[in-house]
Design a protein around this ligand. Structure first.
Ligand code: C5P
Length: 223
């Protein structure tokens, strides 16, 4: 039995890390693989949605998904912001799964930076907050979902983000849980909404995706 409870819905998903250029050969990045975002995209497509992924430089295999979803490949936060803000008005929901760099180098060196002296400083400036921007753009019928990864004060921070970024719910994954999260095939999450918190067991990312999409469907139907 295949649930087609997202038939005709348009969903955008941001996934993976962003790379913020330092010079032509170096960047600031993070360990996000994109796996969770792609599992979510697959689940949405399976349930009948029209899915677009805005993917940073992911390290998971995306070729098998190409027939089911549209993929827009980007590199930096600014690229991801441009693509996401353009696509969002035409969607029913967006899931912001990407691990976006909060800061980028103020200047990108044109040539490879040489090793000079004993220390080196890179001046960083803030990146746009894609989630908060979409939260401001959000229309009545749209559903916006965020992720939060914290190492401390998880619940409190997640609740704060929910409000600050105008999200409908937020998926919390903790770095404290062994064998979950970055690069892993399993994940353990809690979902935090205005109604409160639901904790889920540790599961394969595909099953975690199904739990998250069940909650998304409940939110879409409530609108
Ligand atoms: O504030 P924090 O980065 O922890 O928020 C995480 C959530 O916000 C995630 O859903 C992430 O994809 C999103 N985010 C974003 N743009 C940023 C930073 C975070 O969309 N610049």
């Amino acid at each position: 039995f295949e649930k087609k409870d997202l038939l005709g819905k348009r969903i955008m998903i941001t996934a993976g890390p962003t790379y913020e250029k330092i010079d032509p050969v170096r960047f600031i990045g993070n360990y996000s693989s994109g796996k969770m975002g792609f599992a979510l995209a697959e689940e949405c497509a399976r349930r009948g949605a029209e899915v677009t992924i805005v993917a940073g430089p992911v390290s998971c295999n995306i070729s098998k998904l190409k027939s089911q979803v549209s993929i827009i490949s980007v590199e930096s936060c600014q690229d991801m912001y441009d693509a996401a803000t353009e696509l969002f008005p035409d969607t029913d929901a967006a899931i912001l799964c990407a691990a976006v760099a909060d800061f980028r180098p103020a200047e990108v060196a044109e040539q490879k930076i040489k090793r000079v002296g004993q220390t080196m400083d890179i001046h960083l400036v803030p990146n746009p907050d894609i989630a908060a921007s979409l939260g401001q753009m959000k229309k009545e019928k749209q559903v916006l979902v965020g992720f939060a990864l914290e190492t401390n004060d998880e619940e409190q921070n997640a609740q704060h983000k929910l409000e600050k970024k105008n999200l409908d719910f937020i998926v919390l994954n903790s770095l404290r849980n062994e064998g979950t999260c970055f690069r892993s095939d399993e994940n353990q999450i809690s979902i935090i909404s205005r109604d409160g918190q639901t904790d889920y067991d540790k599961k394969p990312k595909r099953e975690v995706a199904a739990d998250i999409i069940d909650e998304l469907v409940r939110n879409i139907n409530r609108q």
